[in-house]
Design a protein around this ligand. Structure first.
Ligand SMILES: Nc1ncnc2c1ncn2[C@@H]1O[C@H](COP(=O)(O)OP(=O)(O)OP(=O)(O)O)[C@@H](O)[C@H]1O
Ligand SMILES: [Mg+2]
Length: 499
């Protein structure tokens, strides 16, 4: 096999950050090449260079043996390199068709937009993807998974030699991931070369031919995937072995008192929800995308309306009308979408983290205790391994995984009694996951109660003292942490047990 891409001694500097320090490796024609590394290792930056989003500070790229310099993504696309970004780049208020053809609209003989033709082509592409999506809706109204498919459709609607996926499965689950894998197989059979970034090492072992690892902006190695184990990849990534990412579960907290008692919760998305949460307990909510997990907690905290809601905290009935009420009762929801719900991207790390705790940081005159603030921020950066030159860095300049860590830090410092995490470790590397799990368990040991929605079964199994499994808006099963198996969870999550 010959090389489709040769990356030679690429460096990239941002103010205060050397994101890439002389990276070289080759990508063979027709292979699926994985790119792995910790959060902030430089993966997205390198791929943005390959796809014309950034120009390298120094170094060369050869495509089909010829040196290329891409001034913008359009040029890269024309020469055959396309990228599906980690952060979506869709225009929310435009329809799917308009998004797919953005910047390369089809015009008819009368030079007007040929909507029919664009629609037909969009339909064909989505058919290739096996995706059934309402093309008329603005993409903002589509599910995250469908937005992802539109993003993919946008890239494969163009003839491409090299297609880069930057963490494509972060927002997909089960069937959708299978669909994506099928698509990648198909593209590969058509001769397209794929570069695949993921923190899911199983996917890499399953799908990829070769892999390259970056650490701290440097190339660590390129290997045949068949020659490496999961442990080998982890070791290349973090420089040490990780045997068990999950902290030990406490035994015997079954006797703890009930803190939150949801006796009834009912709205247009969820039905007959009933569960309780003990002090110091971690409950996992499992289920497929669309099973009502996020809807349940949103209804609970008053972010969505509920027709019926009967909720008690410490035995007292509470009336939670909106998320502010929830906060005043000590309940915080850490949302799944960091970009739209969790962060102010144009603010610094420091300001993002101190925002919800300003009251605690201020004296009675309203002055912020700077020293205390700095202490809290520095501790968060250390605890969560946030990779940044300083706390003054703008959040938008952080890598995807490090942005997610700021979301977590923001809420871990509040004095809430009940923390609800929605997909807390999405996009986070395995080393940092270990730290986050430890932090969560420490909080629970201190008496906080945690509800964790997760699509990652290992995380559900490894962290939960109790698991609720949802299907079609209802809780189908409640399983004790020690008795949870992936088979049981999947059985109920896919509708098993229904009469
Ligand atoms: N526009 C920018 N300005 C300043 N620094 C940046 C910018 N983009 C990236 N960086 C920094 O470059 C480094 C590499 O970031 P990059 O996004 O490539 O990491 P990554 O490997 O994709 O991580 P993740 O797994 O979290 O997505 C990080 O330290 C990041 O903060
Ligand atoms: Mg990235």
């Amino acid at each position: 096999m010959d090389n489709v891409l040769e990356i030679e001694n690429i460096t990239k500097e941002f103010p205060g950050v050397k994101a890439l320090k002389g990276v070289s490796f080759e990508v063979k024609r027709g292979e699926v090449h994985a790119l792995v590394g910790e959060n902030g290792a430089g993966k997205s930056t390198l791929m943005k260079i390959l796809s014309g989003v950034y120009t390298p500070t120094t170094g060369k790229i050869r495509l089909d043996g010829k040196e290329v310099i891409f001034n913008d993504p359009k040029q890269a696309q024309q020469l055959g390199v396309s990228i599906i970004h980690q952060e979506f780049s869709l225009i929310p208020y435009l329809s799917s068709v308009d998004n797919i053809f953005l910047g390369r609209e089809k015009k008819g003989a009368n030079r007007l937009l040929d909507r029919k033709k664009m629609r037909k082509e969009a339909e064909e592409v989505l058919q290739r993807l096996n995706a059934n999506i309402d093309l008329n809706k603005p993409v903002a109204h589509l599910s995250v998974a469908n937005q992802q498919f539109i993003e993919i459709a946008k890239a494969i609607a163009i003839d491409t030699k090299v297609l880069i996926f930057d963490e494509p499965t972060a927002s997909l689950t089960g069937k959708e991931i299978d669909k994506l894998f099928e698509l990648i197989e198909k593209l590969k059979a058509d001769g397209v070369t794929i570069i695949y970034i993921s923190h899911h090492l199983d996917e890499i072992l399953h799908m990829c031919d070769r892999m390259t690892c970056l650490r701290d902006g440097e190339w660590v190695g390129t290997r045949e995937v068949k020659d490496v184990s999961k442990q080998d990849i982890v070791k290349m990534m973090v420089g040490r072995e990780i045997v068990n990412v999950f902290p030990e579960k406490p035994t015997g907290n079954g006797k703890a008192e009930i803190l939150l008692d949801v006796k009834r919760l009912h709205n247009k998305s969820v039905a007959d929800i009933q569960f309780s949460l003990k002090k110091g307990e971690i409950i996992g909510i499992a289920g497929l995308v669309g099973s009502g997990r996020t809807e349940t907690v949103r209804a609970l905290i008053g972010a969505d309306p509920a027709q019926e809601k009967d909720v008690y905290i410490n035995g007292q009935k509470v009336d939670i009308k909106n998320p502010t009420d929830a906060l005043s009762h000590g309940i915080a929801l850490i949302p799944e979408s960091r970009k739209t719900q969790g962060l102010v991207l144009n603010m610094t790390i420091k300001n993002n983290i101190s925002l919800p705790i300003l009251k605690d940081l201020s004296s009675f005159l309203g002055l912020i205790n700077k020293k205390k603030e700095d202490g809290v921020i520095e501790k968060s950066i250390q605890d969560l391994l946030i990779k940044t030159p300083s706390s003054q860095q703008l959040v938008k300049n952080l890598s995807g995984g490090n942005q997610q860590k700021v979301v977590l830090a923001k809420w871990l410092n509040t004095d809430c009694k009940i923390l609800i995490f929605d997909e807390p470790t999405r996009g986070i590397d395995i080393g940092a996951k270990e730290e986050i799990y430890k932090l969560m368990r420490n909080l629970a040991d201190k008496g906080l109660s945690i509800i964790m929605i997760s699509s990652e079964l290992p995380e559900i199994l490894g962290m939960s003292d109790r698991v609720l499994v949802m299907h079609k808006g209802r809780i189908k099963a409640e399983i004790n942490g020690t008795e949870t198996t992936s088979e049981k969870v999947m059985y109920y999550a896919t509708g098993g047990g229904d009469v």
